[in-house]
Design a protein around this ligand. Structure first.
Ligand code: HEM
Length: 254
């Protein structure tokens, strides 16, 4: 009898391919990079209290920026993929824009309160807000981080221009210039560069705090949705497939 019931339920379950391979790879590579960047970023931030030497801090920044390049390339590829990927990977399924979005959001929130939440194959309207916030913060980290790799380490893509700036193009100074040292810089140009850097490091730091809050919200949202809707949302980021009980589920992107 129990077996019969199980097979009746199984008959009604339909698995839909939702997250394509590129989206899934992006997600897990991004998670690893953000973890790594967070640990190294916290070490840079607390270098003094951890007793890290000046050279040690440069090493931490260098490792952080290498992880940052992997993160930035992965994020850049995801942005490109949002024009090429399947319909659930595209901007139209992510951004909280478009005719009807506000109505869908209201209906979704009413559904949560009333206990009959509409089901979505891709991101639900709240999920679209969450993922958009994550993209904005991640892109901010990538853009400010790439500039800081130039101002602090003279690394690409802007390091060459910044090295020229702080040495005023003097070939002798350029040849001896070292991150973290003021020995071979033009003092006035270096101060100018540091003033230019100030709002960028502040943005990088506040976006980091915002990212930590957004990640917590994201994980909470995913777990709550998984428990309430039972669509295999979490395993779908491995398998690509979400599970529904019939074929008439809402599809935001058709
Ligand atoms: C999610 C991505 C990222 C997170 C969470 C993150 C986090 C942090 C944190 C917490 C700091 C310390 C801030 C401070 O000292 O005030 C930092 C510094 C830094 N980050 Fe990132 N970062 C990210 C991406 C990147 C990227 C993509 C790059 C470059 C490729 C980068 C390059 C740097 C550099 C050079 C510093 C040293 C600046 C300094 O403190 O003097 N970051 N990052």
């Amino acid at each position: 009898m129990a077996r019969e019931t199980e097979s009746m339920i199984a008959d009604k379950l339909v698995a839909y391919p939702v997250w394509d391979r590129t989206t899934r790879w992006f997600h897990w590579i991004n998670l690893l990079c953000v973890l790594c960047l967070t640990v190294l970023g916290l070490a840079i931030l607390n270098a003094k209290s951890l007793g890290v030497s000046a050279d040690g801090k440069i090493l931490l920044k260098t490792l952080h920026s290498y992880a940052g390049y992997a993160f930035a390339v992965n994020l850049f590829w995801r942005v490109v993929w949002s024009f090429l990927g399947n319909k659930y990977a595209r901007w139209s399924a992510i951004l909280p824009l478009g005719a009807g979005y506000t109505g869908e959001l209201r209906q979704y929130i009413r559904g949560i309160i009333g206990g009959n939440t509409p089901k979505y194959r891709g991101h639900n309207p709240l999920g679209r807000l969450m993922v958009s916030l994550l993209f904005v913060v991640l892109l901010t980290q990538a853009a400010t981080g790439l500039v800081l790799a130039g101002t602090d380490l003279y690394q690409p893509p802007f390091g060459g221009a910044i090295a020229d700036w702080v040495t005023k193009g003097d070939p002798d100074k350029l040849a001896n210039l070292k991150p973290g040292s003021k020995d071979y810089v033009d003092a006035a140009a270096y101060d100018e560069m540091r003033s230019f850097r100030k709002p960028i490091i502040s943005t990088h730091l506040y976006a980091f705090y915002l990212l930590m809050v957004a990640v917590l919200l994201h994980i909470t949202g995913v777990v709550v949705t998984e428990v309430r809707e039972k669509n295999a949302l979490i395993s779908a980021m491995f398998s690509g497939e979400k599970v529904f009980t019939d074929t008439s589920e809402n599809d935001t992107t058709t």
